[in-house]
Ligand binder design. Sequence first.
Ligand code: PLP
Length: 398
Amino acid sequence: MMTPNLHYAQLKDSYLFYNIAQKTRLFLEEHPDAKLYRMGIGDVTLPLCPAVVRALHEAVEDQACQETFHGYMPECGAPFLRRAIAEHYRGRGVDLDEDEVFVSSGASDELGDLLDLFDRSSRALVLEPAYPAYVDANIMAGREIVRLPSGRENSFLPEPCVATRAELIYLCSPNNPTGAVFSRSQLQRWVDFANANGSIILFDAAYEAFIEDKDLPRSIFELPGAKTCAIEICSLSKTAGFTGTRLGFTVLPKALERKGMRLHDMWVRNRTTKTNGVSYIIQRGGAAVFTPEGQAQITENIRYYKENAAILMRALDKADAWYCGGKNAPYIWMRCPGGIGSWDFFDLLLERVQVVGTPGAGFGTCGEGYFRFSTFASREDTLEAARRLLSLLTCAPL
Ligand code: PLP
């Protein structure tokens, strides 16, 4: 009899989002006229920007004519898009060869697929609270997970230490869920640690576009030594509203080698075996993001979400709540009031003010007692949610 991958049996049920959906469904059944203010979702609400939409339309027209039609695209990405991305990095002082950029269908796909490059015996270090996919993808592959908890004492930005040595290190900055961002010197310590131990950092930069402080690193490759220890996984999902359009990219430097093997060559081999590339149309839309017009338009959209963050942060400030994130990230990570648990706070918010957020306990044990608000909702909903949150936290009438 065929033996399935038995590691799947070790996965915990996707308790977090399932439980949120269940609780909100039950509430709506009991209160069919209620309107919910959904501040939990990690999905964007603004449409694609005009420069991208125009490029997508033009690309559809190309596919309608024999002279401009494209069949299979190169597996590692269209040269025009790889060039545009490498240029974009160059503009920020990071020198890359075009073929160090690999186009993907999004960061999630890539975070799973990249694990093909590593031996199953390698341990994966996850800094908690963490995006749940890091843990699950490694459990599926049968890897041991090493957890490094963080908290208010280190502003949710833990330092490397010998006790947490692992071959793979996940870093996410700006972080989902905490919104914390590594400073240059903090990130440099992780780079030095990885180089000293022969580890590889998987640097999830899905939210880099939200960094506004000029001295914070947006790419790990801004730091000396990163090209010999890091892979950067990027996404246009939150940067440019591609959650439903699907496009991302990965930077894998040619200097990255372990045990005499170049990971760049291995990844080319992997891609040319396991994909037939990303759609021409979508890649054309993606390339428009990197034009001056596209950059100006996505900056406007990001500004909209940042104003949402400012609205929520003003309410939390007025209520004297402890929180981090929000400034350089689209997530606000709040300490639940009065020491209550994160699921109890979820229930309280839902029942009393119909605001839905994400309980911190869903991102690892050390997330208990915290709560995540996303800033991707509409302005109208964010304003009302902030008003309701403030009234709940200050016990003022609604
Ligand atoms: N990485 C982090 C930290 C995320 O929060 C998300 C999505 O929410 C992803 C990766 C996945 O991004 P994509 O839409 O490109 O698959």
